[in-house]
Design a protein around this ligand. Sequence first.
Ligand code: 5AD
Ligand code: SF4
Length: 472
Amino acid sequence: MAAAEEKKRVFIKTYGCQMNVYDSERMTDALAADGYVSTQKVEEADLVLLNTCHIREKAAEKVYSELGRIRVMKEDAARSGRQVMVGVTGCVAQAEGAEIARRAPVVDLVVGPQSYQHLPRLLKEAASGRRAIETEFAIEQKFDTLPAATKAQTRARGVTAFLTIQEGCDKFCTFCVVPYTRGAEVSRAAEAILKEAQRLGDAGVRELTLLGQNVNAWHGDGTDGRSWGLGELLYRLAEIPGLDRLRYTTSHPRDMDQALIAAHGDLPALMPYLHLPVQSGADRILAAMNRKHGSDDYLRLVDRIRAARPDIALSSDFIVGFPGESDAEFEATMRLIETVGYAAAYSFKYSPRPGTPAALRDDMVSEAVMSERLQRLQALVAAQQTAFNRQAVGTVVDVLFEKPGRMAGQIMGRTPYLQAVAVEAGPERIGTIGRVAIDGLGTNSLFGSLAGAQPRPEAPMARNATAAETAP
Ligand code: 5AD
Ligand code: SF4
């Protein structure tokens, strides 16, 4: 085997969602099997990969400016006789393969998200001077053909892990590029998922987040001969030793079935936090977005989920300024937020994406109106988030310690509700779950102290801020 200093180095920059984070890890594993070690320093890399995001225009443009910087670096390296290969992967690669080749001659390979299992071959092709572009939607499932991480690689990534169980989307929301960049909905086989989860549990992972563009559309043949949905899969995952915490993201309201809702009530390992994007609170806009549900359907669903798990924390995505959105329709979104009471939310100005139906509309909302709406919506969500976090102060909660804090003597962890907590404690506690008394509220995290052997009784975690608490 080659000595470490002879090994090639790969630098991967990841943009966008958690599925890209998972993909980058799997590419790292595949390249490791091919003799690459990963580096955090782009200037010492022999291979630079940008794993890109195409969801909004800004995300896609970032890639081209980064490629400009990389070109300078690659030319410098070439002058000192060192070959640097540059690849673009992810959703920009899928959507704009040929365009990247035209706009950025620095790029040696372009690989779409369904073709990572071919990376080693494509690299060889590109190294021989032939530019490699591969954006086919392959028939085989990439994750089941890519080499798995070793125990040491998994350990080095920490005590929380992602696992992609589903990719692609058949929903075709009219604003969204995902059905075009990630292709049709595909579920990974239950057996392969359980095997990987077991492997992660064996390697010391304590918290597993299942990923998918429509993760709750996951379905497959169960190991008991029946057909399973995500609910059934979660019951099996909850039996795996070591995996004390389970989460999943991102869900579509239409795919929250009864078994999944019941799992939230039944499984202590299934954390009481759910990202359930609604996008808008106005029925006409929801219909124009092709979301396949109205605002009432969403509110009734939230009630059913809260009936199963009263303390569940909810988050959502919102788009402001979808074409044609009136003031009254924006106010309907604000009212929905007040009614639900969120622990967190992500919100965006509508961004027209090439190839999507909404981009063809001629009733765009002006930039100024979008900015004003976004600001108001974000202020409301921030107030709800603060109210939600404030409720934790004075309670004792289980915290999974994940990493050292920024201050010496501090470690960082998360509550079941995904709140970050800084605690004065030694690094030996990382990877354990401890009782923590929450005694303060910072800007980005809670502060707490170890509750010791005699924990105070847990104060009931009040549900999120309600309409009454946040209404003006
Ligand atoms: N413009 C603005 N936001 C978008 N999103 C997806 N497509 C667009 C777009 N064209 C947002 C949605 C989605 C999240 C991942 O990104 O809110 O849930
Ligand atoms: Fe995009 Fe809608 Fe599919 Fe989500 S459900 S990935 S927003 S098309």
